[in-house]
Design a protein around this ligand. Structure first.
Ligand code: A3P
Length: 269
């Protein structure tokens, strides 16, 4: 079961009121918008950004105060009065931005994308294993994969999602990132993120961020759940780029490469 906002399938707990809240919101200096296709590493990036900008790890309280998911319902005043920098986050494609264009242009936007093969496996595993099919039943792997290739899962087609932001990668307020870069070259990628947000990091700060946001650390976080519907242990599944090989048959991989090509190669440095 999903719900629709416009033409986009969204989680059941999203509301039109929540979605509209950000449309005409007054943007404050330093406000940040993080956008991803689900399971592309949003929580990792959000932790990193929080450590860069707030200088501290998010807690349940600070998350509630300053961290807003577009589509979920909030009290308008809480959002308006939240302490700066506010962190907005969504899975909506560029074409369905929860902000109007004028507001979007005022935000510092970071888009994070990941190898779609690993993304679809991560998504499938989340619904199948981590939530035991209770939240959404993904069906069989093959059924889920077919739906993904047709763009029939939540938040639209992966290709549209990524290309929507790719077209804006040179906008001065947009940074386009790959999960793979965070994995391969964490230090320099985090330095780039900090610079984009107007912060510089000492070597010490960088190593604290690296330590606190390591996969093992995030998976083992015992201080409160990072997501509400499953354990941190289950949500942070493998943090790898390779597990798709255990899921895709050769035939499925060939078809997938045709329909959802991984555009990492055309990345510009
Ligand atoms: P896997 O299922 O492949 O492990 P999101 O937060 O957007 O839902 O993305 C979740 C994916 O990001 C999960 O992928 C999760 O393990 C991975 N991830 C989260 N924190 C990570 C980290 N510190 N290092 C590597 N991967 C991480």
């Amino acid at each position: 079961p999903h719900k629709k906002l416009g033409n986009i399938k969204v989680p059941l707990d999203y509301t039109l009121k929540g979605y509209n809240l950000m449309k005409n919101l007054e943007i404050h200096d330093g406000d940040i918008y993080v956008c991803t296709f689900p399971r592309s590493g949003s929580h990792w990036l959000l932790y990193i950004i929080t450590l860069i900008t707030w200088g501290e790890e998010p807690t349940k309280d600070t998350l509630k105060e300053c961290y807003f998911v577009a589509g979920a319902t909030y009290n308008d005043e809480d959002v308006k009065q939240a302490k700066s920098p506010r962190l907005f986050w969504s899975h909506f494609p560029y074409q369905y931005s929860p902000f109007n264009q004028q507001n979007l242009d005022k935000l510092k936007c970071i888009y994070l994308a990941r190898n779609p093969k690993e993304t679809v496996v991560s998504l499938y595993s989340l619904w199948k294993t981590a939530s035991n099919g209770e939240r959404y039943n993904p069906g069989t792997w093959n059924e889920f994969l077919e739906r993904f290739m047709e763009g029939k899962n939540m938040f639209g087609h992966w290709n549209d999602h990524v290309s929507g932001w790719w077209h804006h990668r040179h906008d001065s307020n947009v940074m386009f990132l790959w999960y793979e870069d965070l994995k391969k070259d964490f230090d320099n990628t985090v330095i780039r993120i900090a610079k984009f947000l107007g912060y510089s990091l000492t070597t010490m700060q960088l190593s604290v961020i690296k330590e606190k946001t390591s996969f093992n650390n995030m998976k083992a976080t015992k201080d409160g759940k990072i997501v509400s519907f499953t354990s941190n242990e289950a949500y942070f599944r493998s943090g790898s780029n390779e597990t798709w090989k255990d899921y895709f048959t050769q035939e499925q991989a060939l078809k997938f490469d045709q329909l959802v090509p991984f555009p990492y190669d055309y990345k510009e440095k």
